[in-house]
Design a protein around this ligand. Structure first.
Ligand code: NAG
Ligand code: NAG
Ligand code: NAG
Ligand code: NAG
Ligand code: NAG
Length: 315
């Protein structure tokens, strides 16, 4: 047989392509069946190669994977379910999930996440369930992190290092039903007020709300964060600085001084008025006395006159 009659390079390329597309390849040790790849607890230290391109569900949980390569992940454009819990993933970049825009379920819990770039989830507008729990080094989330995940119904943020959350991070998630927030060192200062009020007005009632408590400040330590909205509003909106106190003291002093002066003036006026009245009434009394004397005198005069002329002399 001549070598030309055997399978040529064209055939090799074709079978390679078919293998990728039809999913006949499968990563070592993983179980692949019906668009599902299960690599649970396979001691993987990195993202496995050879994942069939038509995979819809991918289980990478319980391994030691430290990062998700956007290039390889991005080939799985049909992926709707990605479970990466219990790995060593350190960070999620803006482009990590850019190719897997159909994702509905994403579990990144129990990893070593220290940062999530603000636009990491920006193409995941079908995402319904997101689990970021048990990432104790995750200290903050940008307020735009969930800006485009408008289908989100379930969000788990338990046991992270989150101290605060911008209220704008979640307020547009209108279909959000379940929000876990416990086990975080919430810092209930005045910046936290808007988020605390959002928790009240959104009627979300986190299922773990009694365990989602403030760690700071000491006055609110141990308070459930779903109940600090009103205390914070009271503390923060009626909060006064030293300058305010000085200003208030000055105002108080001015009012006091003005009051004193007014009282003094009133007193003076009253005294003057009393004096004036007494004087005038004395004069009046004098006048009256004079007048009375005059009247008496006139009467006596008339009596004298009448005594002489008025009565007819009988004798
Ligand atoms: C994946 O495989 C493991 C065993 O290797 C099994 O315990 C687990 O149930 C499988 N998961 C799914 C979703 O099939
Ligand atoms: C987690 O990350 C920190 C640094 O960010 C590193 O020191 C630590 O070893 C990591 N832990 C694991 C289990 O990868
Ligand atoms: C949301 O998605 C739109 C397009 O779909 C994009 O222009 C925008 O930058 C995204 N915003 C964020 C905060 O990711
Ligand atoms: C509240 O605490 C957060 C987190 O530590 C901090 O970023 C913010 O500046 C604090 N705000 C105020 C008003 O102190
Ligand atoms: C709160 O925490 C305690 C102790 O960790 C636990 O027993 C309880 O089930 C938790 N409650 C909720 C609602 O998560």
């Amino acid at each position: 047989m001549s070598p030309a009659s055997g399978p040529g390079p064209g055939w090799l390329l074709f079978s390679f392509g078919m293998g990728l597309v039809s999913g006949t390849k499968c990563p070592n040790n993983c179980l692949c069946q019906a668009q599902e790849v299960n690599c649970t607890a396979m001691h993987l230290t990195e993202y496995p190669p050879d994942i069939p391109l038509n995979t819809r569900r991918l289980y990478l949980n319980n391994n030691r994977i430290t990062s998700l390569p956007a290039m390889h992940l991005g080939l799985l454009s049909d992926l709707v379910y990605l479970d990466c819990h219990s790995n060593w993933i350190r960070e999620v970049m803006d482009y990590t999930f850019i190719g897997v825009f159909r994702l509905i379920y994403l579990d990144l819990s129990s990893n070593n996440l220290t940062s999530i770039s603000p636009f990491s989830f920006s193409v995941l507008n079908n995402l319904v369930q997101l689990n970021l729990a048990n990432n104790p080094r995750l200290l903050s989330l940008d307020k735009y992190t969930f800006a485009n995940t408008s289908s989100l119904r379930y969000l788990d943020l338990r046991n992270t290092g989150l101290q605060t959350l911008d209220h704008a991070a979640l307020h547009h998630l209108v279909v959000l039903q379940t929000l876990y927030l416990s086990g975080n060192p919430w810092k209930c200062n005045c910046s936290f007020m808007d988020f605390a009020i959002y928790l009240i007005v959104s009627h979300l009632e986190p299922p773990d709300d009694e365990n989602a408590t403030c760690v700071e400040p000491t006055e609110l330590a141990g308070w459930p964060i779903t109940q600090v909205g009103n205390p914070l509003r009271y503390m923060c909106l009626t909060h006064l600085d030293r300058q305010d106190y000085i200003f208030l003291l000055l105002i108080g002093f001015c009012i006091f001084a003005a009051g004193t002066v007014a009282a003094w003036l009133t007193g003076m006026c009253a005294v003057l008025y009393q004096n004036a009245r007494r004087k005038s009434s004395e004069e009046e009394a004098e006048d009256e006395a004079g007048h009375r004397a005059e009247v008496t005198r006139r009467i006596f005069q008339t009596k004298e006159k009448s005594g002489q002329e008025g009565f007819p002399q009988l004798i």
